[in-house]
Design a protein around this ligand. Structure first.
Ligand code: 4AD
Ligand code: MG
Length: 429
């Protein structure tokens, strides 16, 4: 019967057939080991010459890397195998012969691998990362649905910007100017006024000329927005959400985390609540540590890493100066120069994974901000309407999927966390 590697444990002692690719092989005169992968997982097929016969054995030894096959064999339990099973092969049918597969088992440089990203995805490590990414997405939908959120899809083509105008991708929308969305937030605020608690999951675009291990040009964001919720309540949702995602990955991606050689002890205690420090205290701490930074400046990667080092859980940095944050953030009623916001900084140097805030709900104040930020009243008229017609306190946040994948998988660079990364100077493949 036909099955997949992930389901093979249901067939111990039975003869099964799997469709697979040859990832790697080694052999002696009498026995051949085929490393097989089928997308659902990896398994070793063992071919014994004395059992399959001279011809079949000789043919199997000739199979080249990444050739596609139907492999038939008997499923055995094997404690030494990462998956727990092995296949005693009785027959191999070649589907397609792969010639000179470029990604051989030896080491390759990053640029070479990036040029072959369409093939690199097949390798064990990339396979594991994509599956962890999938689990994070699955757990995200599960968490927000359990919590009573409604999934809403904001537009990708927009006429206005959410996060400032300096890094927008411009395009034409027939005769009008349009931009690729940097964040669905403003639309999610409208959705929250219609549906209460909402979340989005979609691609966002930033024409940032930054070449760091944390920046993508195109990345995916999860953006919840909640009517009648203040800043502190939003932080609770955030820490519960991140904890839920981590615990789901630990539970459902054991093989993947093993393949990635991830130190899971660092993830196991990621459980709410998370520590919180104010921007003021973070600045004081950094100055004490010898960093050259003044109140009013934004943090760079080394600052975030230094702060994160102090904790073994993600840490919220709250109450940033209004001057370095977006126009829509609500000022602290006790201190106008700071806003009710927080960035969540992941441990182990992975940096900011969430940016969020309580939003301005006062129409007059929002009008003042439009003027200060020189925002077009026409383009943002609809956003003002949300304050004119039944404004309520509301909060929301955005979690960057790729940085979260990077942290959970322990990758060195965000390029490995998305199937086809869009980076500065990279649009291929
Ligand atoms: O902090 P950001 O810019 O916040 C917003 O866009 C808000 N409108 C979200 C909201 O409140 N609904 O981005 C949110 C997160 C960051 O914390 C980071 O994880 C990720 O998005 N991010 C990036 N990830 C990869 N590459 C980039 N260039 C990123 N820019 C932001
Ligand atoms: Mg941010």
């Amino acid at each position: 019967m036909k099955t997949t590697i992930s389901q093979i444990g249901n067939h111990v002692g039975e003869k099964v057939t799997i469709g697979a690719w040859l990832a790697n092989k080694r052999s002696s005169g009498k026995i051949a080991f085929l490393q097989l992968r089928d997308g659902t997982g990896f398994i070793q097929g063992v071919l014994v010459k004395a059992e399959v016969g001279e011809d079949a054995f000789a043919q199997a030894k000739e199979i080249t890397q990444e050739s596609s096959l139907f492999v038939t064999g008997i499923v055995r339990e094997d404690d030494r195998a990462p998956s727990g099973y092995e296949l005693t092969v009785t027959g191999v049918e070649l589907i397609n012969d792969s010639k000179d597969y470029p990604i051989t088992p030896k080491e390759h440089g990053t640029e070479f691998l990036m040029d072959h990203r369409h093939l690199w995805l097949r390798s064990k490590r990339q396979h594991a990362i994509m599956r962890v990414r999938n689990e994070i997405i699955r757990a995200t939908y599960e968490f927000f649905h359990k919590e009573g959120f409604v999934k809403v899809d904001p537009p990708i083509l927009t006429g206005s910007s959410a996060e400032g105008t300096t890094n927008l991708f411009h395009t034409k929308y027939f005769d009008e100017d349009a931009y690729l969305s940097q964040s669905g937030q403003l639309y999610m605020e409208a959705a929250a006024m219609a549906l209460g608690k909402v979340f989005s999951f979609g691609p966002t675009f930033r024409a940032e000329k930054s070449k760091t291990r944390r920046h993508l040009i195109e990345f995916w964001m999860i953006e919840p927005e909640m009517a009648f919720m203040d800043h502190d309540e939003s932080l609770e949702v955030q820490e519960n959400y991140v904890s839920y995602v981590i615990q789901s990955v630990l539970e459902n991606c054991k093989l993947e985390l093993k393949a990635l050689e991830r130190d899971v002890s660092k993830l196991e205690n990621i459980k709410a609540p998370f520590p919180r420090i104010t921007y003021d205290d973070a600045i004081a701490f950094l100055q004490k540590e010898g960093h050259e930074i003044e109140w009013g400046e934004d943090f760079g990667a080394p600052h975030e890493t230094a702060i994160a080092k102090e904790y073994d859980k993600p840490v919220f940095i709250t109450h940033y100066p209004a001057s370095i944050k977006a126009f829509y953030m609500k000022p602290d009623p006790n201190r106008e120069e700071v806003v009710l916001c927080a960035d969540l900084i992941a441990p182990e140097g992975y940096g900011e994974i969430i940016g969020g805030s309580q939003r301005i709900d006062d129409e007059a104040l929002l009008q003042k901000r439009y003027k200060e930020h020189q925002l077009s009243e026409d383009a943002y008229k609809w956003y003002m309407d949300l304050r004119t017609y039944g404004s309520v306190p509301h909060s929301g946040f955005g979690l960057g999927l790729e940085r979260t994948v990077g942290w959970i998988c322990g990758t060195e660079h965000v390029r490995e966390t998305i199937p086809f990364p869009r980076l500065l100077n990279r649009l291929y493949p």
